[in-house]
Design a protein around this ligand. Structure first.
Ligand code: AP5
Length: 215
């Protein structure tokens, strides 16, 4: 199975990808996580990507496609779940071409949708574990001990792009660059839209319904 999740920042892509990954034995490919690891390592790629990420802009396609194509080639025999890739039409077309060349096919592109005010609230309260990457929310999914990861006791931090100004820019970028993916996948008959306004389990049930309806 090949799935992809897209939606505005903070809609819950990472949270849902973790749930789907466990139940369906999918290998999650999160472009945001890969880029953040590169930034943390201060690699050449990380140094180049960092400025774009801080400004809430997309990292240039050339860098993104190199990462994605390598990954897909390496993991072509596994069931993949794309989180945060593709993010514009050029990336979607490149992904399609790469998959065709490898004899692979996308089963479903799922768009998570939600009101803008909820997004800003969710992101302002998000924390992540600096050691294992687990995602928390001070309101909807708090850690047992403040500031400490439940899974590995790592320190919880706030992402540098989770400030109001950058969030608004990321939302704009989403509207202009990423939303057109809905039409792209609709035209290929592999698109589904899911209401992401409920709690994580409710959203997950909506996702499962959508998956079942398309299988
Ligand atoms: P990326 O890391 O992909 O960021 P994003 O798309 O902005 O999405 P987020 O990770 O912020 O949110 P999410 O939807 O995963 O929500 P989450 O589950 O954490 O990308 C970062 C940057 O990298 C981009 O801005 C860009 O610069 C660059 N980049 C990445 N991919 C690229 C590409 N393909 N091309 C070019 N550049 C690229 O949830 C958010 C919070 O809400 C959490 O606190 C969570 O606990 C909580 N929450 C989740 N679900 C619920 C719920 N149902 N109810 C209540 N709370 C919830």
């Amino acid at each position: 199975m090949m799935l992809l999740l897209f939606g505005p920042p903070g809609v819950g892509k990472g949270t849902q990808a973790d749930l789907l990954q466990k139940q369906y034995h999918l290998l999650k490919f999160s472009m945001g996580d890969i880029l953040r690891e590169e930034v943390a390592r201060q690699s050449e790629l990380g140094l180049e990507a960092e400025g774009y990420m801080k400004q809430g802009k997309l990292v240039p396609d050339k860098l993104i496609l190199e990462i994605a194509e390598d990954y897909i080639k390496k993991h072509r025999s596994e069931n993949l779940l794309f989180d945060g890739f593709p993010r514009n039409l050029a990336q979607a077309a490149a992904l399609e071409k790469k998959m065709q060349a490898l004899g692979l096919q996308l089963d479903l592109a799922i768009e998570l949708v939600i009101a803008q005010e909820t997004i800003i609230q969710r992101l302002a309260l998000r924390r992540y574990c600096s050691r294992c990457g687990a995602i928390y929310n001070l309101q909807s999914a708090p850690p047992r001990q403040p500031g400490i990861c439940d899974h590995c006791a790592g320190t919880l931090l706030q992402r540098p792009d989770d400030n109001e100004e950058t969030i608004r820019r990321r939302l704009q970028t989403y509207e202009t660059e990423t939303r057109p993916l809905a039409e792209f996948y609709q035209a290929r008959n592999c698109y589904c839209r899911v209401d992401a306004s409920g709690n994580p389990q409710q959203v997950y049930q909506n996702l499962i319904q959508c998956l079942n309806a398309h299988h």
